[in-house]
Write a protein that binds this ligand. Structure first.
Ligand SMILES: [Cu+2]
Length: 91
C-alpha cells in the first residue's frame, strides 16, 4: 500500500526529541511539536530550509507541514538558533 502521509511527533524539552527525523521524499509530511518544559528558549521553532516558523505555547501541540520534494538534510532550530534538529529526506 502506498504511504499517503507522514506524521512525526517531536517533544520539545530542553532540546528536540527525536533530534533527527527521517522522512521519505515525495510523501506529504507534518511535524507536530509539543513543548513540555519551560527550560531554554524553545518557545519558537523555525526552519528557513523547510519554510516554517511557529510559536510553541507550553503543552499545546503545533503542527507544521514540511515540503518533501527535495531529498537532503535540513535543519530546524529554536528562535535563537541555540538548539537544533534535523530532517533527513531520502528516496
Ligand atoms: Cu534558543
Amino acid at each position: 500500500m502506498m504511504q499517503t502521509k507522514q506524521q512525526v511527533n517531536v517533544v520539545v524539552n530542553g532540546g528536540y526529541a527525536p533530534q533527527v527525523i527521517a522522512l521519505k521524499q515525495g510523501v506529504p509530511a507534518e511535524l507536530t511539536f509539543t513543548r513540555t518544559s519551560d527550560q531554554g528558549c524553545l518557545d519558537v521553532v523555525h526552519s528557513d530550509a523547510l519554510n516554517f516558523k511557529t510559536a510553541l505555547p507550553l503543552q499545546q501541540p503545533q503542527t507544521v507541514k514540511v515540503p518533501t520534494d527535495q531529498a537532503g538534510t535540513f535543519e530546524f532550530s529554536c528562535g535563537m538558533d541555540m538548539f537544533s534538529g534535523k530532517v533527513v529526506i531520502s528516496v
